[in-house]
Design a binder for this molecule. Sequence first.
Ligand code: SAH
Length: 278
Amino acid sequence: MSAPGKPRSHGRVQPVVSLQPRDLMADSRRVAGAWRAKVITLFPQAFPGTLGLSLTGRALDQGLWALDPIDLRSFGEGKHRNVDDTPAGGGAGMVLRADVLARALSVAAQGTPADRGQWPIIYLSPRGRPFTQARAQALAQGAGMTLICGRFEGLDQRVIDHFGVEEVSLGDFILSGGEIAAQALIDATVRLIPRVLGNQASTEEESFSEGLLEHPHYTRPASWQGRDIPEVLLSGDHGKVADWRRDMAERLTKERRPDLWRAYCEAHNRDPDGDQEL
Ligand code: SAH
């Protein structure tokens, strides 16, 4: 710490730490009508977070999608901007108030289509329907979405019912808040927006896209720690490589995800108990 009144000796500009997330909104490069996520959160400074890096970050800078964090605290009650209260009926924890959330949702609704198919309102919640690649595809086709990040015990049920809020879960575990889940949802969706990923073909081959887990990958060196790259991958025979990859994908799916395997077999008229012809 430098003494008061003395200039800093480092000769460097100190970065200004702002509580505002990166000013993505005032961004004139934004593509008109770009896909947009509005995120209601008590922690707007958590955004864009990892979404600001790499492919999603570059696409955000280019205006291929847009992000509006909405600070729930600013809609709170009274001098202390209270957003939560004790659960009716007693018990541990706190519940986010319906009236406070309603104010935030009304602001979020400005300029968005009322059709929930085009613009769903999603509460990240362990009680929700599990998130899938198919849902990410569907979300990427829409105009955008409003996400609500829960904290504490979650939201007052009435706001969920009143606004037709859909609950979506990341999996059967409990996070301390919805922010990480929201970022996961946005990341999975944004990378499916055309031009966000440099190589769009790669999304067509990855796990879940065809109902199978992806085959294993290898790269140089050809031999490492006594382990060699499977010969077929070095054969230059594209047909054989494709067959091998499909066989591996099927075998992995059958072993690890019997649920996916059954669905895949049903869709392709195959016997799930039949051999893999490997
Ligand atoms: N009492 C709740 C859990 C609250 S956890 C229950 O038992 O269902 C606090 C917040 O974290 C939630 O409101 C939700 O927004 C988020 N969260 C926790 N786990 C999650 C999950 N698996 N998927 C999505 N969001 C989750």
